[in-house]
Design a protein around this ligand. Structure first.
Ligand SMILES: CN(C)C(=N)NCCC[C@H](N)C(=O)O
Length: 277
């Protein structure tokens, strides 16, 4: 049971990020992308740099993936794989425009000695998978409905040896799990119920009675697309009410501005893959 005065303890994390050097909105594969809206590429790099510096200043280790020309969404590094306890379950992107990113991620993991498992099913890495090492033993939460196929949930369970709970996303604005739900420590989550089917909402209520619930406005401001080290929660600065709720629950919200990358349909979490040894 989580109490308001609980002492929250941060755990040092290792992350993977990829600079938005080649970021652009050249195609529209989610409702947030508008190819006619101008993107300030320089500002995108500045905001991304600030995010990277924020993580480093919190004591985390950040590895970098080399961005590739012609892959404008590569900045969304969370989508390239899902890593649990040293095993990497690779991504297989739904949209042709992002297919080549999977190979870049695979090359990174293989070059750095990780145990890499190639997928046979469509899945977009941490975009649709979240890991809670202390929830009900150890749980993977997995989204489907827009990008990742349910068959990939079963494949991930076999690859990673952790129970995978399938959750159905029903609103195209929340096309990845990580826009609608985030782990805020090893055992608890924050989420927006309206992004999920009624049955999946019941599953979440049963598994996480103490979850922090976001409202539609904060969820649509990408507030749930956050990363947390168990104490410090780095989140989009527009999600002010969610920041207040996290504070009331004993976390330390760290707001960052990422307005340019939002034009690609992503925010904080999308830019950050967690490397779990
Ligand atoms: C939670 N989100 C949104 C992510 N993890 N990734 C962002 C991917 C954005 C990219 N344009 C796409 O539509 O694939």
């Amino acid at each position: 049971m989580v109490t308001v005065n609980q002492q929250r303890v941060p755990r040092k994390r290792t992350y993977l990020m990829c600079s938005p050097e080649h970021f652009a909105v050249e195609y529209a594969i989610n409702p947030w992308m508008d190819v006619t809206a101008p993107v300030d590429a320089e500002l995108a790099v500045k905001q991304w740099d600030r995010l990277r510096e924020t993580l480093v200043s919190l004591g985390h280790e950040v590895h970098l993936l080399t961005p590739e020309r012609g892959l404008p969404d590569m900045v969304f590094a969370a989508n390239g794989a899902f890593v649990v306890d040293g095993t990497v379950y690779g991504a297989q992107f739904k949209h042709e425009q992002r297919h080549a990113e999977a190979a870049a991620h695979r090359a990174f993991y293989e070059a750095n000695g990780w145990r890499f498992i190639a997928p046979s099913e469509t899945n977009e890495g941490e975009g649709d998978f979240a890991y809670l090492p202390e929830a009900h033993g150890a749980l993977v939460l997995a989204g489907h409905g827009f990008r990742t196929e349910p068959a990939a949930h079963a494949e991930a369970q076999e690859a990673l040896g952790r129970p995978v709970v399938s959750l159905r996303l029903v609103d195209p604005r929340f096309y990845h799990l990580d826009v609608a739900l985030a782990s805020i420590d090893d055992e608890n989550i924050a989420y927006y119920p309206g992004a999920f089917s009624a049955a999946s909402q019941r599953v979440l209520t049963q598994l996480f009675p103490d979850a922090v619930i976001a409202d539609a406005e904060d969820a649509l401001a990408f507030g749930l697309n956050l990363v947390s080290d168990g104490l410090n929660v780095v989140l989009n600065s527009e999600a002010t009410r969610l920041a207040g709720k996290l504070k009331a629950a004993g976390y330390h919200p760290v707001p960052v501005e990422l307005a340019e990358l939002k034009k690609g349909g992503g925010s904080v979490k999308c830019c950050i893959a967690e490397l779990r040894h």
